[in-house]
Each structure stands twice: as structure tokens, then as C-alpha cells.
Design a protein around this ligand. Structure first.
Ligand code: GLN
Length: 474
């Protein structure tokens, strides 16, 4: 069973001892992909190309010249540019757009002999938390096909969950790697802002966007992070640090100080099984000798509004480039410049993207800039300061990744504000830039995955991953 390896280490052992080849692996994943096309996890599968690449990697393995990721067959979210391949951000406006260069992350993955098997479905321009905002229709959760996989990197999480690839690369602006990982029972890491280059990633909200791995093991998260991280002349927000030290993850049982949000247990908005799971882990951690304490976070109610004001403002600016002239879709009904802009954008963008462009433009408009955008920037700073103060005293903040488990397709809240509120636990790390991980912690009574999130100090991914490994062994 090629799909049952939980880490690249196991695959490498299989290659060394059992005659496993990368070609066999790719064929195994392709079988799974073709058997599960109804899950709609992929916007495109690079079948022939992945097989050809696998032959090449097998040769390099034999010759002893293979890179660190030889044997790693990955899928990429469809907002990550890969030269010569289509990239759509699951939007009609980019439906037939082909990347003219590769993102830095793709270059780094390929340079270490990863095989890229396809591009995965997601919410349009990564805006959403259920994958239902995709122009190509929703992806489905492998644990229950009536349900969403989460979003926006929903297809990527399903692809890993269902064994269609070994790992996937997503992007996380306000939770888009962590929340679908939580809904699909896999591991999702959002690194520190500034850790991984955003060059060649289709921008949503640039001061939040980060690339992150979705994997079945903490060791693979660490390895993928190490390969993708580090300075890049094309992204000036990168911090000049290498991530060499990340590679070997060691389960860290040493006593830790962990904070959890009291509201995660007391709030009526959090599902009771999600709460019970949090309480169970708090007790496990205490029994193992860790200090686990509730904290009050005064700015809790401002997290979601601050995130959405800023993310929408940045999105309205980033998405102005899709004008029917420079990129992608141009309305056939356009007759002059203004109608080219208006019609191409009206026909090319979906409903949620339009909502966000309009709201973002509003909060940036001259009359409302101070009341919304400038205010939200100030609140972001306060959130960052308060969060950093907590992380000075505590090693990690523990929360559920999401207040609920995977819900049925089409049955999510109709009110967008209620949908946005479900990002309450993930946006704190996005607003502050801190690294955070979603860890699978079993299933609820309906067999749906339950995820817990750990947030760490800036650039302490090593500590976060070592502790995560231990946490999953608890
Ligand atoms: N659900 C959040 C949003 O819609 C997060 C999305 C993301 O991280 N890309 O903005």
C-alpha cells in the first residue's frame, strides 16, 4: 500500500529495503486520485509528468545523488505558481492562465527532488473556510463525503487525508492550512510570517499570507519547512534566517507552560465535543507534569473584525490587477476600456471575492480610512503586543483549531459574518505573525476529525515541532 506511509522516513526505508520506487509511489497515488475524483480535490493532475519525474528521481536515488525530498510526492494548492502549468486560484478570472515562472517554494521543492502530482482545489483566491467558494465546486471530506474539508486549502488537505499524495503545500492567511488540516485529520503548519518566500504565490492579503505544509507526520512538516524556508531576494519581508536547525524533530517532553483561552471552554459558540477534546488534552498535559493555565485575552472579540478589515483591504488592492487587460479572463461583451474592466471583473470573480473587494475598497476610501483601516492597524498592534506578552510568560497557547468540526456542504451559516467568526482561533497567529500548528487529536462521535492548535513565539518552529511530536504521543 503506497498510501499508508506516514512519513518520508518510512518511504526512504521502503526504498532502501523493500524495492519500493518513486514510480510505484506515484502510480499508487494516481490510483487513489482516479478512484476518488468525486472528492474534487484536484483542479488538475499532472499524471504523465509526475511519472516521468519519478523515473528521474529513481535514477538519482540509485546513483546516490538524490535530494532531501526524494520519495516525497506532493500536491500544491492552486494558487502557487509552477512555470508552464496553469494556476487559477480556483477562479474563473484565471481559468486559463499559465504561470510564466515558478514560485520560490516550487523551485526549492523540485531542487530537492520532490515530485509534484497536481494542483489542488481551494476557495477562490483563498477566501473562505470550506472550499465552497471555488469556481470548480466544493471539495469533499474523505471522512464523510457529504461534508466540507474546510478551507481555503481544502483540496490539499483532502489529497493528504485520502492518500492521493504524500504531503501538500497550502497557503494560510487566516487559517487556511490549519483549519482544513483540522477538518481532515492531518497536520497543518503555518510558519512565522517572514519564514517562507511568498514570491510566486497568488496574493490575497500580503501582510498575512504564508505558505505551509500539510502532512501526516511532524517530521515531514519540519523537513518541508526547512526546504522551503530562508531568504529570497524576491520577497523583502523575509527574515534573514535559515531553518537548518528544523530538520530533525525530537519529541520534547520537558515541562512546559501552556496557556489556553478560557472562552474556548466557556463560550456557547464552541461545539461541545470540541470543548471536551480540549479539556481532555489539558488534563493529559497536566497529568504529564506541564503547567496549563487559563488566560483571559481582552481583545478576543476584536480578532475577527480586525483580521477581516485588514485582509479585505489588502485583497481589494491585490486583486485590482485582474482587470481583463493584464491577466486571464476578458469579457467577450467588452467594447471599450471601462467596459473591459467592469464586465471582466463582474463576470470573472465569484460572489465572496466581490464582497471582499467592495468591503476592502470601502474601508480604504478617503472618508472611512481612519475609522476602519487605520483603526484596525492600531488594534492589530495591540493584539500583537498582548499576544507577545502571553508568549513571554508561556511557551505555547493551546486552542481548538476551529470551534466546530466539518459541516455539511451547503449547510454552513448563510450569514457571512457568522462564517467569519469561525476563524476566531486561527486569526490570532495570523494577525501577530506567530507560528502555529494544527494537530489531529482523534475523532468525534460522528467519526469526524478533531484538531487542536498550538501557537508559539516568533521563529520558534523548532520548539513548536518538537513539542508537537511529543503532544501527538500523549
Ligand atoms: N477563512 C479565512 C478567510 O476567508 C482564512 C483564509 C485563508 O487563510 N486563506 O479569509
Amino acid at each position: 500500500m503506497t498510501n499508508s506511509y506516514s512519513s518520508l522516513g518510512q518511504i526512504r526505508d521502503g526504498i532502501a529495503q523493500e524495492g519500493l520506487t518513486v514510480v510505484k509511489l506515484v502510480n499508487g497515488y494516481l490510483d487513489k486520485i482516479w478512484a476518488n475524483t468525486h472528492l474534487n480535490a484536484f483542479n488538475e493532475v499532472f499524471a504523465d509528468e509526475a511519472l516521468a519525474a519519478a523515473v528521474f528521481v529513481d535514477e538519482r536515488v540509485k546513483a546516490g545523488t538524490a535530494g532531501k525530498l526524494a520519495g516525497m510526492v506532493i500536491a500544491i494548492k492552486d494558487n502557487i505558481c509552477y512555470k508552464g502549468h496553469k494556476v487559477s486560484a480556483s477562479s474563473k478570472i484565471l481559468e486559463n492562465f499559465t504561470s510564466i515562472y515558478s514560485s520560490t517554494v516550487v523551485e526549492r521543492l523540485l531542487a530537492e527532488d520532490a515530485v509534484i502530482i497536481g494542483r489542488c482545489n481551494c476557495d477562490e483566491f483563498a477566501m473562505g473556510a470550506s472550499n465552497e467558494n471555488s469556481f470548480f465546486g466544493p471539495a469533499r471530506n474523505f471522512a464523510d463525503e457529504k461534508r466540507v474539508p474546510g478551507g481555503s486549502s481544502g483540496g490539499s488537505a483532502v489529497a493528504v487525508q485520502a492518500g492521493m499524495c504524500h504531503a501538500a503545500i497550502g497557503t494560510d492567511t487566516g487559517g487556511s492550512v490549519r483549519q482544513p488540516a483540522s477538518f481532515c485529520g492531518v497536520i497543518g503548519l503555518k510558519p512565522t510570517y517572514g519564514r517562507i518566500s511568498r514570491h510566486g504565490i497568488i496574493a490575497y492579503a500580503s501582510s498575512f499570507d504564508q505558505v505551509g505544509p500539510i502532512t501526516r507526520s511532524v517530521a515531514d512538516s519540519a523537513l518541508l519547512l526547512e526546504v522551503m524556508a530562508g531568504p529570497d531576494e524576491y520577497d523583502s519581508t523575509l527574515i534573514n534566517r535559515t531553518a537548518k536547525e528544523l530538520r530533525s524533530v525530537v519529541s520534547d517532553p520537558s515541562p512546559k507552560k501552556i496557556a489556553y483561552l478560557q472562552e474556548a471552554i466557556s463560550s456557547p459558540g464552541v461545539d461541545s465535543e470540541v470543548k471536551n477534546n480540549l479539556v481532555k488534552y489539558i488534563e493529559k498535559l497536566r497529568a504529564a507534569g506541564h503547567t496549563v493555565k487559563p488566560i483571559a485575552f481582552d481583545l478576543l472579540e476584536y480578532l475577527v473584525p480586525t483580521y477581516y478589515i485588514l485582509a479585505m483591504a489588502e485583497a481589494s488592492s491585490n486583486l485590482s490587477r485582474y482587470d481583463g487587460v493584464h491577466y486571464g479572463y476578458r469579457s467577450p461583451a467588452a467594447v471599450d476600456l471601462v467596459s473591459t474592466y467592469k464586465r471582466s471583473r463582474s463576470e470573472g470573480f465569484g460572489k465572496e471575492v466581490k464582497r471582499r473587494i467592495m468591503l476592502g475598497t470601502f474601508v480604504l476610501s478617503a472618508g472611512y480610512y481612519d475609522a476602519y483601516f487605520a483603526k484596525a492597524q492600531k488594534v492589530r498592534r495591540m493584539i500583537r503586543e498582548q499576544t507577545n506578552a502571553i508568549l513571554k510568560e508561556y511557551d505555547f497557547i493551546l486552542t481548538p483549531t476551529a470551534p466546530e468540526t466539518a459541516f455539511e456542504i451547503g449547510k454552513g451559516p448563510k450569514d457571512p459574518v457568522v462564517t467569519y467568526l469561525a476563524d476566531i482561533f486561527t486569526v490570532q497567529a495570523s494577525l501577530t505573525g506567530a507560528p502555529a500548528i494544527s494537530l489531529p487529536t482523534g475523532n468525534n462521535s460522528k467519526g469526524l476529525p478533531l484538531g487542536l492548535q498550538l501557537v508559539a513565539r516568533h521563529f520558534e518552529e523548532r520548539e513548536l515541532l518538537d513539542f508537537s511530536k511529543y503532544f501527538l504521543e500523549l
